[in-house]
Ligand binder design. Structure first.
Ligand SMILES: Nc1ncnc2c1ncn2[C@@H]1O[C@H](COP(=O)(O)OP(=O)(O)OP(=O)(O)O)[C@@H](O)[C@H]1O
Ligand SMILES: [Mg+2]
Length: 237
């Protein structure tokens, strides 16, 4: 059986004003979907709804027949985030931060440490494993945040501007690893301002002032499933 897609239907999210309005979109398993749009347009809010951190005011999220919202703001076990603000523990080392994600999921210490080491290698920061996070540069922290999410090999990976502080070489490393995650069948969603990230993605969702906008990329050859869920999705396949 193929891996499940993540489907959002008619999502509205309201705080003191409407931050998301009528957003219906499918994030398919096995593909990288880029979400772009101006600062403040709702990308982080959309990812937060998609991953079960916040409850939509109306509309539904559906992954494998269950809602992503679990009633308490904890994401389901299937979901990992690369947060825009990283969310690392400053006084722990890079390796400890990465291993923590596995320990929290019941992986025993020695295996968690080994896998953390490999995850740091994926992002070319194995040499920084012992360094306390508060002693790292912004771009190095961002790569630790990527390692901490990717190490889990979760079926749903939601990455919020994971390349915003990276130079071209390291951005390409992250893009390569996003593709690796999709290739093993994960739902991969990446919020970004970077045209190179959009270019490297399979699909492109544009959000503007909380609404899905027409995508900028050609839709020729689009996944026929798109039409059911969104008018704001471009596809390269
Ligand atoms: N908790 C909140 N309460 C009220 N307004 C909020 C809250 N969180 C975000 N907003 C507002 O919602 C809008 C969308 O924010 P969001 O963080 O989703 O944008 P974004 O597209 O991720 O922007 P950026 O590219 O700067 O990261 C913004 O106008 C923001 O100020
Ligand atoms: Mg954001």
């Amino acid at each position: 059986m193929s891996a499940p897609d993540l489907v959002l239907r008619d999502i509205t999210y309201e705080r003191d004003r409407l931050l998301l309005s009528g957003v219906s979109v499918m994030f398919p398993a096995g593909l990288v979907t880029a979400v772009s749009g101006p600062s403040g347009s709702g990308k982080t809010t959309l990812l937060s709804v998609a991953g079960g951190l916040i409850c939509p005011t109306s509309g539904t999220t559906d992954y494998a027949g269950a809602s992503m919202w679990q009633g308490d703001g904890d994401p389901p076990a299937e979901v990992v985030f690369v947060l825009q603000v990283y969310g690392l523990v400053p006084v722990l080392s890079a390796r400890e931060n990465v291993a923590l994600a596995l320990r929290a999921r019941g992986v025993r210490v020695s295996e968690a440490d080994d896998r953390a080491e490999s995850a740091l290698e994926r992002f070319d920061i194995a040499d920084l494993g012992e360094r306390q996070v508060e002693e790292l540069s912004g771009g190095q922290m961002q790569r630790v945040a990527c390692a901490r999410a990717f190490v889990v090999a979760a079926p749903v990976l939601l990455a919020d501007e994971p390349t915003s502080e990276l130079d071209e070489r390291n951005r390409d490393v992250v893009l390569r690893e996003l593709r690796v995650e999709a290739a093993r069948g994960a739902v991969v969603v990446v919020a970004t301002h970077d045209p190179a990230v959009v270019e490297a993605s399979d699909r492109h969702v544009v959000i503007d002032e909380g609404h899905l906008a027409p995508a900028h990329v050609p839709t020729a050859g689009a996944d026929p499933r798109d039409g059911r869920w969104s008018d704001g999705v471009g596809s390269r396949r």
